[in-house]
Ligand binder design. Structure first.
Ligand code: ADP
Ligand code: MG
Length: 477
């Protein structure tokens, strides 16, 4: 009998507000320790938290985009535990009444199959501070810049059945929060991380197995590796006649293994109770409707539209909607060459994507803007240059040498389409290679490519390949 894997994720996403969830301190990443912590973040007695309204709007936008119910009334609760980076002794979170609940998101698997993953709830909370171990010998530093940073924790149903599904789901959430502009999703800076709950059960068994929770995974690869390891470990435990212990574990990338957290790092009884310093969050329908009306076209819908409007494959449309910035860029390219959407798509995904990758740039920092790339695609479309020469022009544009037209003129790259001129070159090439010409006449079609290549060489790649092909055929066949 085989085992079935069951996974539920709790994803912590930092909301992209300029100030913290309950204080006016800045949330900018990378400031000197404790320069962005106010009395509220430091947990001084007698100070009062005030909820940042933008955080609420962001949570509602997330809820609307995932088909969640927006709670008309939700409550902040205190989650009590002791840790040096939590001077208050409690974290403000939401417990019984989260701000949104009961939604879903569809994932796509490698074979193209779609699957709906349930979202149990998403609640607002503040982040804790950070303990610094590296620069201190025998001591620990505490940086409270991060304390009070707004988070939305997105809790899924235990609907995923493999590491692949879990990663696909995490990627979709990542795409969505960035798409909505509610988070920068920066995983290196800790703005997007997750806890993976993993259990196994016999195929066909209706009851869930005992789960373990792997804390604080901050890359897609680690989520994948950690789950794979944990599933294998649990199978081994059960097949050896043992029992899985419900516990929190950590993934160690160096060992590529999970291990139990020291019990000190675990807090089992948080004694949640409503925070008496904060009023219930009451959300009126008018606000929900206002936010609904300003929601952008969502990734799935945009993907479908790009596919039908521009005749792109579902795969291409998926790549072009990886982020809103890519989709906007693509549509701006098409706006400047409306007749060649497929060609525009190939250039955005191919040459541009490659150059961005090579230089480690986001599309927003592209050295070639959308209108300029459109200008290049237009010259391929109207056959001023071939696709091959276009790559040379692209590199020059990337290096900042100007527009496509300026580079084509300056370097004399215009395609030779003058039939008379091309005929003369074809004749030269035939005269220079008499034996190959005879073989081609005799039916050795492979040699066609040789002759096209010779003409291209003589014209530095500027001959129109289709035309050259036709001319050689006319002469030798
Ligand atoms: P807690 O708040 O104690 O971590 P929850 O019951 O809220 O626990 O569940 C947290 C996450 O664990 C959810 O994503 C849920 O889908 C998942 N989960 C719950 N039970 C299991 C299980 N047996 N196997 C895998 N995942 C589970
Ligand atoms: Mg949990």
């Amino acid at each position: 009998m085989t085992w079935e894997t069951v996974i539920g994720l709790e994803i912590h996403t930092q909301l992209a507000t300029r100030s913290k969830i309950f204080s006016g301190s800045a949330t900018t990443y990378g400031a000197a320790p404790n320069t962005q912590a106010s009395l509220i973040d430091l947990g001084y007695p007698g100070v009062l938290p005030v909820l940042n309204a933008e955080v609420v709007r962001m949570a509602i936008r997330f809820g609307l985009a995932t088909g969640c119910t927006i709670a008309p009334r939700s409550i902040f609760a205190r989650k009590n535990y002791f840790y040096p980076d939590l001077p208050k002794g409690y974290q403000i979170s939401q417990y019984e009444l989260p701000i949104v609940h009961g939604g879903h998101l569809d994932i796509e698997l490698a074979d193209g199959a779609r699957k709906r993953i349930g979202i149990t709830r998403a609640h607002l909370e503040e982040d804790a501070g950070k303990s610094l171990h590296e620069d201190y010998h025998g001591m620990t530093g505490v940086d409270l810049n991060r304390a009070g940073t707004p988070l939305i924790e997105i809790v899924s149903e235990p609907d995923m059945r493999s590491a692949e599904e879990a990663v696909a789901y995490m990627r979709r959430i990542h795409q969505l929060v960035r798409w909505l502009g509610i988070s920068d999703g920066n995983m290196q800076e800790g703005s997007f991380r997750c806890d993976a709950n993993v259990s196994i059960r016999r195929q066909g068994e209706p009851k869930l197995g005992t789960r373990t929770e792997i804390k604080n995974l901050n890359s897609f690869r680690f989520v994948d590796r950690a789950i794979r390891f944990e599933v294998e470990r649990q199978i081994e435990v059960l097949e050896d006649g043992g029992r899985v212990v419900q516990e929190t574990r950590l993934y160690d990338p160096d060992a590529d293994a999970t291990r139990p957290m020291r019990s000190k790092e675990e807090a089992n009884d948080y004694r949640y109770f409503p925070d008496p310093d904060l009023l219930p969050v009451v959300i009126e329908d008018a606000l929900i409707e206002q936010l609904r009306s300003t929601l952008p076209e969502l990734p799935e819908a945009r993907r479908a539209r790009l596919g039908t409007q521009f005749g792109l494959s579902d795969y291409d449309a998926g790549v072009l909607t990886a982020s809103r910035e890519v989709a906007d860029y693509f549509e701006a390219v098409v706006a400047s060459v409306p007749s060649a959407p497929k060609l525009a798509a190939n250039w955005v995904m191919g040459e541009l994507g490659g150059a961005l990758n090579r230089d480690g740039l986001e599309i927003g920092a592209s050295r070639i803007d959308a209108a300029a790339l459109g200008g290049l695609v237009a010259r391929i479309e109207d056959e001023t240059i071939s696709g091959k020469i276009a790559k040379e022009v692209f590199e020059a544009m990337w290096a900042g040498e100007g527009s496509a037209d300026a580079i084509i003129e300056a370097k004399g790259l215009r395609q030779i389409t003058d039939t008379g001129a091309l005929e003369a070159i074809v004749d030269e090439v035939i005269a220079a290679n008499p034996s190959q010409a005879d073989e081609l006449r005799a039916g050795k079609d492979k040699l066609l490519g040789f002759f096209v290549g010779q003409v291209m060489k003589r014209t530095q790649g500027k001959a129109n390949p289709g035309q050259v092909n036709a001319l050689i055929r006319a002469r030798l066949k």
